[in-house]
Write a protein that binds this ligand. Structure first.
Ligand code: UDX
Length: 453
């Protein structure tokens, strides 16, 4: 009886319209739906999710009026500002319409919004609705982002190149180069964004896509920064494995290619959905991979290369050199790839989803972060969990070849693989019955039920 009543209470989700944020939010929706809540996703027109992949959810689109300039600029902070400026009024109107139309047992139980969609805060306060913030990054990043403001006040930011390798006071093991700055550095708009994040007031709790076993002490620090409970319920992709929220079409042919490779022999290369590289860096990556002689699966997504007019991005002679030893796709079914027996290493930009996906399959990594939280994650992968190695910011073929050999080799790579497998086993325990993520998820369910009349 209790269950049936819950089904009619709605949880409204507000994802940031970027791949690395839509995916975990919809995974969270899948978990809450399995617990009996009905799910409504309020989303922008830009990068709108495909409702046909989630027939049990309702989807409501709000206008975002994003300028072509901000969409094509690759400047994520400007994009976030514009979304927050343009969506506040339409979001409020949407909530008003929903509450006017709602029937008994169909009330909104709460709004769960991506922390970067902070415009939601004002609307939910106006409507007196309960809300929960959702953080799609690690606890380490959550803390480091808030600390940026203090570092600025204390005069540590912006910093000189000479300080890149120095440890940041109070943020062990992060060096200044690991701080979650944008690709444009410690800019004023980054600090403005951090202040906006800090100003959140209404939220009753924080859901975070991480695992206690990975970030126990950092989660205690998160708890000191927020009001209400913190629920580390990740890795969400393991708890909600069936849903696919890819904005690009996945090319499954690479799985057939992986089937033909030896166990643990393939290095998988993907820099996520946002990282940009220069044309010459593609050539360095290509020859580094080719020279390593290791089989590779490489994702070259549309738009990866900055300002490239060229149709053929790969250097001349490269395809002939690698032949069947390499497979290149525009977008891969990444979770399936990382779970494949042939994949023995992952060269990653260290986006948090990619990091969690790799950790939960016991796959060691080559870390080549670009900006933001990727730098924090890379430092933790290489120096805290010790399941990956760092390469220089400047991509050079000789160094890439060396890194691939180290990672895929028996000695150093073997040790990292063993540590990664140990972590994978611990993570699995966290999501199983009685595990930390399992328990957090139950507590979250109870909190949402407590909001309902
Ligand atoms: C962005 C930021 O870069 C990242 O640092 C932040 O943590 C989240 O937002 P993104 O760059 O896309 O995300 O990286 P990531 O978090 O790793 O998410 C990428 C997602 O795309 C992963 O879930 C991955 O499985 C998926 N993916 C990637 C594919 O399905 N196929 C691919 O070929 C590549």
């Amino acid at each position: 009886m209790e269950r049936k009543r819950q089904r009619f209470n709605k949880v409204v989700l507000v994802p940031l319209p970027l791949q690395g944020h839509i995916t975990p939010m919809l995974q969270l929706g899948t978990i809450l739906h399995s617990k009996g809540f009905s799910i409504t996703v309020i989303h922008t027109k830009f990068n709108s999710p495909d409702p046909s992949k989630y027939p049990e959810f309702s989807f409501l689109s709000i206008p975002d009026n994003l300028s072509d300039q901000v969409i094509s600029s690759g400047n994520i902070i400007s994009l976030i500002f514009e979304i927050n400026m343009n969506c506040q009024a339409p979001f409020l109107e949407c909530l008003v319409r929903m509450t006017e139309q709602q029937k008994l047992y169909d009330e909104i139980a709460c709004i769960i919004y991506d922390e970067l969609m902070y415009f939601s805060d004002t609307a939910v306060a106006r409507m007196k609705l309960p809300s929960i913030t959702f953080c799609t990054t690690s606890a380490a990043t959550f803390n480091a982002r808030l600390d940026l403001l203090q570092l600025k006040e204390e005069g540590y930011l912006p910093f000189q190149d000479a300080a890149l390798q120095d440890l940041v006071p109070g943020l062990h093991p992060l060096r200044f180069k690991d701080l979650p700055l944008s690709r444009f550095g410690a800019t004023e708009d980054l600090f403005q964004l951090m202040s906006n994040l800090k100003a959140r007031k209404t939220s009753s709790a924080l859901v975070i896509n991480t695992v206690d076993i990975l970030e126990k002490s950092l989660l205690l620090q998160v708890q000191q920064q927020v009001q209400g409970p913190v629920f580390p319920i990740g890795p969400l992709h393991l708890v909600a494995p069936d849903s696919s929220s890819s904005l690009l079409e996945e090319d499954g042919s690479c799985i057939t290619w992986l089937d033909k490779q030896n166990r643990n022999s393939v290095i998988y290369v993907s820099l996520g959905s946002l990282v940009l590289v220069e044309e010459n860096e593609v050539a360095e990556m290509a020859w580094g991979l080719a020279n390593s002689k290791q089989p590779f699966l490489w994702v070259i997504r549309p738009g990866l290369v900055i300002n490239s007019q060229r149709k053929e991005l790969l250097p001349e002679g490269f395809q002939e050199t690698v032949g069947e030893n390499g497979c290149i796709v525009k977008w891969a079914p990444q979770k399936e790839v990382l779970a494949h027996d042939s994949v023995g290493g992952f060269w990653t930009h260290c986006g948090w989803n990619s990091t969690m996906e790799s950790l939960s399959q016991g796959v060691p990594m080559i870390c080549r972060p670009s900006s933001g939280d990727q730098r924090v994650n890379a430092r933790h992968i290489s120096h805290v969990w010790r399941v990956g190695l760092e390469v220089n910011d400047k991509l050079e073929r000789v160094e890439i070849e060396r890194a691939v050999r180290r990672l895929m080799g028996a000695k150093e790579g073997g040790e990292m693989r063993q540590r990664a497998i140990n972590l994978k086993e611990k993570i699995e325990l966290c999501i199983g019955e009685g595990g930390s993520s399992y328990n957090s998820s139950s507590e979250l369910e109870k909190l949402i039920i407590s909001f309902t009349p």
